[in-house]
Design a protein around this ligand. Structure first.
Ligand SMILES: [Zn+2]
Length: 380
């Protein structure tokens, strides 16, 4: 008996099934060749710019403070199982990136780099602060040994409630729930009962997870909490995806690493009431200081979302600076409660051979790239 082919858009191994079409594959092949040529040309131009020092760190960021962001550091086999792979750096990639950055920059924690920055108007090597968001246990397990081996300090931004409860951040809880439910079909069961979204266009579980989290970010605090409680299930989350413990955080402070606050519940702060905001910003600092017995002087806005009400309260709460997710290097005259950061996504540093490239990393962090991007924005 002939087996019927799955219908268009039917699920196969967790992915949407696309029927065979020869024209489609010819198109893909030509596209692949054109992209390859484009990538070789781009790599050659970047190598030339680097050799002319036009993207060198000293020329680009001499008197500026660059802050880079990492999230999860996980081996490749676990990156494949994580709902947001774009947030993951493997330990091998992390070692390569840090090894390269310390050749180009003077790297350290936010507070250490801020005090050097105030002391030297033009330091010998441009300054760079290394930051980690979300306080996940993989940072301690995989990133810290590499930082120690290279002699680099960093700042870890901690969402307090998830550490206190030994749980997981809400977007991870939601992401793993969506991955689990997607295996049964893109209807997404209880998730869809609450938000009624059309997931038929999502080609993979990862795409569905991103769509659901995006939707949850648009909810106000109360509604989001209700949604998460209604549809998520902790049993869908693997052991390797949890948070650092207070003991591990104490060890980090003992070893000279800095701890900053990343709010209480990783809320989208502009959607919080004044009372909720006080808990997220003031209470989180108080708990971190009490538990760790160290001053906490830097804050990280979850999702980078900030407005004047939030930055004013952060300053009033006693922090000396706060960081966003806006891609920029910081000038001394900038608002210290609106510091930009460059999110490190290793896939953006690959050359046409698929290998990590120093010239590409230098390009992405360069003033020249920022300048050209601003020109493009002005055109629009
Ligand atoms: Zn975060």
């Amino acid at each position: 008996m002939e087996q019927a082919e799955p219908e268009n858009n039917a699920l196969k191994n967790g992915y949407i099934y696309v029927p065979y079409d020869p024209h489609h594959y010819t198109f893909l092949f030509s596209y692949h060749i054109i992209m390859k040529i484009k990538n070789v040309a781009r790599d050659s131009i970047l190598a030339l710019l680097y050799s002319l020092r036009l993207t060198s760190s000293t020329v680009s960021n001499g008197s500026l403070l660059t802050i880079v962001t990492f999230h999860r550091v996980l081996p490749q086999n676990l990156r494949k199982k994580y709902p947001f792979p774009g947030l993951v750096t493997t330990p091998e990639e992390f070692r390569w990136i840090m090894h390269t950055l310390i050749q180009l920059y003077d790297c350290g924690s936010v507070t250490d780099m801020m005090s050097k920055w105030k002391k030297y108007k033009k330091p010998n090597k441009p300054l760079m602060a290394i930051t980690f968001d979300d306080g996940q246990e993989d940072n301690y397990r995989y990133a810290v040994p590499i930082l120690k081996a290279l002699g680099v300090k960093a700042t870890f931004y901690i969402p307090v409630s998830a550490v206190e409860e030994g749980g997981m951040l809400w977007h991870d809880l939601l992401g793993f729930t969506v991955l689990h439910l997607f295996k049964k079909g893109p209807e997404l069961g209880r998730v869809n009962e609450f938000i009624e979204m059309d997931f038929s266009m999502c080609r993979s579980p990862v795409e569905a997870a991103r769509a659901v989290v995006r939707r949850a970010k648009s909810m106000d605090q109360q509604e989001r909490v209700k949604f998460i409680n209604f549809c998520t299930d902790k049993s869908y989350c693997p052991d390797w995806a949890g948070m650092m413990t207070w003991k591990q955080l104490r060890q980090l402070t003992h070893d000279g690493y800095e701890i900053g606050s990343h709010s209480m519940t990783h809320s989208i702060l502009p959607r919080c009431s004044d009372t909720e905001l006080k808990t997220e910003i003031i209470e989180s600092r108080k708990i971190l200081q009490e538990k760790l017995k160290v001053p906490v002087s830097t804050f990280c806005y979850p999702n980078g979302d900030v407005d004047e009400r939030i930055s004013k309260l952060t300053k009033k709460a006693g922090y000396t600076c706060a960081v966003t997710t806006e891609w920029k290097a910081n000038r001394q005259k900038d608002n210290m409660f609106n510091l930009g950061r460059c999110d490190i996504n290793p896939s953006k540093f690959l050359n046409f051979r698929g290998k990590l490239s120093k010239t590409k990393l230098a390009w992405r962090l360069s003033k020249l790239k920022r300048f050209l991007e601003n020109l493009k924005k002005d055109d629009i």
